[in-house]
Design a binder for this molecule. Structure first.
Ligand code: G1P
Length: 290
């Protein structure tokens, strides 16, 4: 298998009902964590992991995501005129970050279907899938850790994290055998099982390195949990025919698709900013004491 991963598919077609009414008129992917849209954290992780092209899977009303990564001529002119060089550099960095292609998923048929929409754009090479709700703060970046594992083994790699029993119903859960430090050979995957049905406590987190063989599989994957074509079901079929590994990455992961997780991410990233940390700490101490 080719060992370089050049392309990352980022599904961004979902409505994000959990964040209504905030996402009535703006894509949930543009909700900021401190001052950066959530999807920018994902794209930055992709670029820092060697990705050269992002394939964004979008839907109606998501055009602002592409605008965010495009050149904003007017804004740049205003910032030049105002001599705000630092801000000018900041917005130019965003537009020159990565080559981006957008593909529409016309119907909400599930994550597996969203990935299938990228088939032509990906072609016949291994690729990454990155889910925008999972923000991982780590050095090296989560995807880069996985690329390193991918280079050493022959097969797909999926990011894993242990979750409490009470949370298995929120994730794809794997069964497998430990084959190395933090690495598992996956034998089975179940989408969002109850604690009783869960084969382990190892949950699939939204980072995947997959061979192109996943596409014909997804084409024939029937709707599963929730009536949607599930990536997890496609991965189960892939694991039956090719080696598939799970990797317990290191780093802090935030579920930005959940309200509390989103707030936690905001607090954690704000506390990393030297200009904010003191005031924010003082405020939190005051509010907790009250
Ligand atoms: C998706 C996948 C699930 C995975 C999760 C990770 O679910 O279907 O297998 O564990 O992402 O965040 P979602 O959270 O989109 O419902």
């Amino acid at each position: 298998m080719q060992s370089t991963i050049r392309k990352a598919v980022i599904p961004a077609a979902g409505v994000g009902t959990r964040f209504l009414p905030a996402v009535k008129a703006i894509p949930k992917e543009l909700l900021p964590i401190v001052d950066k849209p959530t999807i920018q954290y994902i794209v930055e992780e992709a670029v820092a992991s060697g990705i050269e092209q992002v394939i964004l899977i979008t839907s109606r009303g998501k055009g602002a995501i592409e605008d965010h990564f495009d050149i904003s001529f007017e804004l740049e002119e205003i910032l030049k005129w105002q001599k705000k060089e630092d801000l000018l550099r900041l917005v130019q960095e965003v537009s020159s970050m990565v080559r981006m292609t957008a593909i529409r998923q016309k119907e909400p048929k599930g994550l597996g279907h969203a990935v299938l929409c990228a088939r032509e754009a990906v072609g016949d090479e291994p690729f990454a899938v990155m889910l925008g709700d999972d923000i991982v703060d780590s050095d090296p970046p989560c995807l880069a850790q996985m690329v390193e594992v991918f280079r050493q083994i022959d097969g797909g790699v999926i990011a894993l994290q242990r979750v409490p029993e009470s949370k298995t119903h929120l994730y794809g859960i794997i069964s497998g055998e430990k084959v190395g430090e933090r690495t598992y050979r996956i034998t089975g995957l179940v989408e969002k099982p109850t604690p009783e049905q869960a084969p382990s406590s190892l949950a699939v987190i939204g980072r995947y390195l997959l061979p192109p063989e996943i596409f014909p599989i997804l084409e024939h994957t029937l709707p599963g949990k929730g009536g949607e074509i599930q990536l997890t079901d496609g991965l189960q079929a892939l694991a039956n025919s090719m080696p598939l590994y799970g990797y317990e990455f290191t780093g802090d992961r935030y579920d930005a698709g959940d309200k509390v997780g989103y707030l936690e991410a905001n607090i954690a990233f704000a506390l990393k900013r030297p200009q904010m940390v003191e005031r924010l700490r003082a405020f939190m101490e005051k509010i907790i004491r009250a």
